[in-house]
Design a protein around this ligand. Structure first.
Ligand code: NAG
Length: 681
């Protein structure tokens, strides 16, 4: 796209500019321009500027290329400079995706090609004219490294370029009358405007190998049909956007002037493969005049020139208004200007700017050209920015915390902001009520559960497949916030802010666990520990008892161990722990260890019998414990218990050599004499 005629009356002084961002008031803006814009030579009398949307390159063409073409791309690899012969005014210029071929359009019938070998320009040009005598090329786009499509007023022509042969071959063409077109290079989607009103669209998809897929045509309804009919839908009001992974045609719908003007709208048409694109969403702008649209982080950003403000819309946020198939949306927030942008200018002071080293860039300037998905170019200043979203200020702008969480969960860089919002919701002064907190948790855990499910499924698929290497961990978005992140970044506030009441702490944690349970996500034991410790520190043993009894805190070995450690401060915890261990059926070993360590030998023996583990039990372990008590009669009981077991097991009371019980047999003899030892039945 040629950026012209913005250069009228521009001073010729080249600006040598260093850019930096003034840390202005941060709070009141949610949209900003990228702090480091791409700088290029502004449009002047002798230099023309072009922007290639596909490769995001700015071309500054001086004197038709004779005194140089400077290309500024997003990185080193896409930035270059070269000279080419001045063969007339350049109308359009852009590199093939691999940058090996440069296409230059200087007339309405022909496109010229220049090869680049190892980034060096090969000065022998070759060219391709469009078909038909009265055909005019409206524009062209690269659809592949060596494939280019001409869009003419009579249709489209797809060509294969052979750089070695310096020639092109026609691959395919379609005839239909074309007013104008838009192209989205990421999806290789071309949209042609046809019919006298310009409101009939023919979409084409370019695919390597298949060449062209023609999708069903569709019609965009117009607010008024002019009489006689004339082109009413213009290129500047239509763009293509990828929103939440779905392709939409974005149409600005201006209302006719007059008292009934309800303001302009943006209408979204969802592209379909098998059927005509369907109208799915309408964004209510409530303003009229000139607009430009960007798509940033799946939000539709609408810039309004007259009011110098921007609006953001999120089509995934729930909306109250809808009729049959169309959802009506209002802006997420009140319109606000883009954050002011200052350029520091180092250069010779001029009469107009005597000693200014900083220039405030004019926002929403008439020199702005907006490109998809998120680019703004000021041709006069020689600046290319990306439009960015600032999430932090939104936190105070969306008072409804649930809506705020809904909004944040849909953003790419949301994690730290969400964690901060949750943390703040627990701090006295800004504290949310428990019902709101519960709903916030539900929203977070919903996303978390969905991720766990996907992870589990892909694991199962991998397990079922032949090789392990098939397993690809699903992409984890920032919106997936797990228990350990909540523990570390949110619940840590309970430690840091002493004023939070313990009852509130417990209630919040119980809500969080309820939400996890409700979504069938296993609760990590450190959350239980946090609850138990909070209760114990505040002497709420009765409540602890109840939580255990009613299974608010689920049974687990780690929790049982924690309870055991609480015996000193709360003796009933010991029994609670044992009961829990008994319910955790895999914890028999642990129970016996616990009982032995407490010298509750008789209980331990009884437990062995109850769970049917007598046969396999280690006599040595029990005898050692009994010996250590120094209680001879206890030792005697244990000894006899195992003799009986041996008897039952082998018909002989003797210990087997492998049991290493010789020490205890000797001890028995020493205390009670030889006859205390059973030899046989
Ligand atoms: C396609 O070509 C037209 C006309 O040359 C141009 O305006 C547009 O920016 C191109 N689109 C892309 C995505 O490159």
């Amino acid at each position: 796209m040629k950026i012209w005629p913005f250069g009228i009356g521009l001073e010729d002084r080249p600006l040598v500019v260093i850019v930096f961002l003034i840390m202005a008031e941060e709070e009141n803006f949610y949209i900003q321009l990228s702090p480091k814009p791409t700088r290029f030579e502004p449009v002047t009398k002798v230099s023309n500027v072009f922007f290639d949307e596909a490769k995001r390159q700015v071309f500054a063409v001086r004197s038709g290329g004779a005194t140089g073409v400077v290309v500024k791309g997003p990185d080193e690899k896409t930035s270059t400079s070269f000279r080419m012969e001045d063969k007339g005014t350049v109308l359009s210029i852009k590199f093939s995706p691999d940058m090996n071929i440069l296409a230059v359009q200087r007339s309405h019938r022909t496109v010229e090609f220049i090869n680049f070998v190892d980034s060096k320009v090969d000065n022998v040009e070759y060219s391709q004219s469009c078909k038909g005598k009265n055909t005019r090329i409206i524009g062209y786009n690269w659809t592949n490294d060596n494939e280019i499509v001409f869009i003419t007023d009579h249709g489209i022509e797809l060509y294969q370029v052979y750089p070695e042969k310096k020639s092109l071959k026609s691959l395919k063409s379609f005839s239909l009358s074309v007013n104008w077109f838009v192209y989205l290079s990421e999806s290789s989607l071309l949209l042609l405007s046809s019919a006298p009103l310009g409101n009939i669209f023919n979409p084409f998809l370019f695919k390597q190998g298949v060449n062209i897929v023609k999708l069903p045509k569709f019609e965009v309804d117009l607010p008024v049909i002019p009489k006689p009919p004339k082109l009413s839908l213009l290129e500047r009001d239509v763009s293509i956007g990828n929103i939440y992974g779905i392709l939409y045609i974005i149409v600005l719908r201006h209302q006719p002037r007059g008292p009934s003007n309800k303001g302009a709208e943006v209408v979204l048409y969802q592209l379909q493969k098998e059927s005509p694109a369907k109208k799915t969403d309408v964004l209510r702008l409530d303003m009229s005049g000139r607009f430009a649209v960007n798509v940033v982080d799946n939000l539709i950003v609408v810039h309004h020139q007259a009011s110098k403000t921007s609006l953001i819309f999120d089509i995934k946020l729930p909306t109250q208004e809808n009729d049959n198939y169309v959802n009506y949306h209002y802006p997420v927030l009140a319109p606000l200007p883009i954050k002011p942008f200052t350029l520091r200018v180092a250069g010779v002071p001029t009469a107009a700017l005597p000693d200014a080293t900083q220039v405030n860039c004019e926002l929403y300037s008439p020199n702005w050209v907006v490109f998809q998905p998120n680019i703004i170019i000021d041709a006069k200043l020689g600046c290319l920015w990306h439009v960015c979203l600032k999430l932090e200020p939104l936190v105070t702008m969306i008072p409804d915390k649930c809506r705020l969480i809904d909004f944040l969960l849909l953003r790419t860089e949301c994690k730290s902001v969400i964690l901060r919002v949750c943390r703040q919701a627990l701090v006295p002064g800004q504290q949310c009520n428990l019902a709101t907190i519960a709903r916030m948790f539900d929203k977070l855990n919903h996303v978390y559960r969905n991720y766990l499910e996907i992870e589990q499924n892909s694991q199962q698929v991998a397990d079922a497949g032949m090789s392990r290497s098939v397993y690809k961990r699903p992409v984890r978005s920032q919106a997936v916030i797990d228990q350990s992140e909540m523990y570390t970044h949110v619940f840590s506030v309970f430690d840091d802010v002493k004023e939070i009441k313990y009852k509130f702490i417990v209630a919040v944690l119980v809500e969080y666990m309820r939400s996890l349970n409700h979504l069938q996500i296993p609760v990590q034991h450190y959350l239980y520990e946090l609850v138990i410790n909070t209760l114990v520190q505040n002497n709420c043993f009765y409540q602890l008892h109840q939580f255990l009894q009613y299974h608010v805190l689920s049974d687990s070995k780690p929790i049982a161990c924690l309870l055991l450690s609480l015996e000193a401060v709360y003796p009933p915890a010991y029994q609670l722990a044992l009961d829990m261990l008994k319910r955790v059926t895999t914890a028999n070993e642990e129970i016996i260890e616990v009982l032995l360590s407490k010298n509750h030998l008789l209980q331990a023996l009884r437990f062995l019998r109850t769970v049917g583990l007598v046969e396999g039990a280690s006599a040595r372990k029990f005898l050692e414990a009994a010996l250590n008590t120094g209680d001879n009669s206890l030792f005697y009981t244990v000894f006899k218990f195992f003799e009986q077991r041996n008897m039952k097991l082998r018909g002989n009371a003797k210990f087997m050599p492998g049991e290493h019980c010789e020490k205890y047999v000797k001890r028995m003899e020493a205390i009670y004499g030889m006859k205390s030892i059973s030899v046989s039945s």
